[in-house]
Design a binder for this molecule. Structure first.
Ligand code: IPE
Ligand code: IPE
Ligand code: MG
Length: 254
């Protein structure tokens, strides 16, 4: 059995569930997070916005570990939207360099947590250097199977859907398009082969989706928290999972 820090996965997961009084059979398979509020976190501390992003990376590391320890199988995090290019050049540059650093420095930690990384988004819009590092990050973690971490970089949901429509119209015949199912459409998205999120979390007290997984979130449970992303910790995740377990998912039924 694969181990995390010497203890078996099962024992660690059991302990986390017990600490928060959570039912093991009702843990979301896929959690999707809009990691928001880095800038405001920094501002509150009279620090430059980029320090918020730096601390946000720490929170990401912690979140991967904690999600794996609650037995969550997929974690999707929104790291850079296709609209974030509108930000000042310096901030964008810093974020890109942060992603590169992360792809080099986080490999050890990700492997320790059994986390396999997939980068989702419009990769063509990223520099060749960053693309190379992202690819290497995916390669170096591809053997892990405790949790899959989807890093959404240069991601926009409308663009993802538009690209799917274009591919479908270019590659399928009229008859094939007539027979297309919802499942088929899902297979044209970046998230192909990934189950839809069960739980959506947005930090920082904003109540928006901001072009994040519009198709995939159709039946996710939404939880919003006021805390800024750099402060997102085990306790916060545990409380959100308790909230999730108190919900009754009906999928249109009774
Ligand atoms: C989220 O934090 C990180 C990215 C969008 C890259 P923000 O940078 O949006 O922080 P706020 O919302 O300005 O506080
Ligand atoms: C969404 O946050 C994108 C990421 C967290 C990467 P934003 O801060 O960019 O979203 P808006 O502009 O407040 O909607
Ligand atoms: Mg924001």
């Amino acid at each position: 059995m694969p181990t995390i820090s010497g203890l078996t996965d099962t024992l660690i997961v059991d302990k986390h569930l017990e600490d928060f009084n959570l039912e093991s059979e009702n843990i979301p398979t896929h959690v999707a997070i809009i990691m928001d509020g880095n800038g405001r976190w920094a501002k509150k501390r009279h620090l430059p916005r980029i320090m918020g992003h730096k601390s946000g990376t720490e929170a990401f590391r912690v979140a991967v570990k904690n999600c794996s320890r609650f037995g969550i199988k997929y974690l999707s995090v929104y790291a850079f939207s296709s609209e974030n290019w509108k930000r000042p050049e310096d901030e964008v540059k810093f974020l890109m360099s942060l992603f590169k650093q992360l792809s080099i420095n986080e490999v050890k930690n990700l492997n320790k947590n059994g986390a396999r990384v997939k980068v989702l988004g419009d990769k063509e819009g990223l520099s060749e250097d960053l693309r190379k590092h992202m690819k290497s990050l995916e390669k170096q973690t591809e053997h892990n199977d405790v949790i899959q971490v989807n890093l959404l970089i240069n991601y926009g949901s409308r663009r993802e859907i538009l690209d799917a429509i274009k591919t479908i119209s270019k590659t399928l015949s009229k008859e094939e398009i007539n027979d297309l199912t919802e499942k088929d459409v899902s297979n044209y998205l970046y998230t192909k082969d990934i189950p839809d999120p069960d739980l959506f979390i947005r930090t920082s007290g904003e109540y928006r989706i901001s072009n994040f997984l519009l198709w995939q979130l159709s039946y996710a449970e939404f939880v919003f928290t006021d805390i800024f992303w750099p402060d997102f910790n085990l306790d916060e995740l545990g409380k959100i999972l308790q909230e999730y377990q108190s919900r009754h998912r009906r999928y249109g039924g009774l």
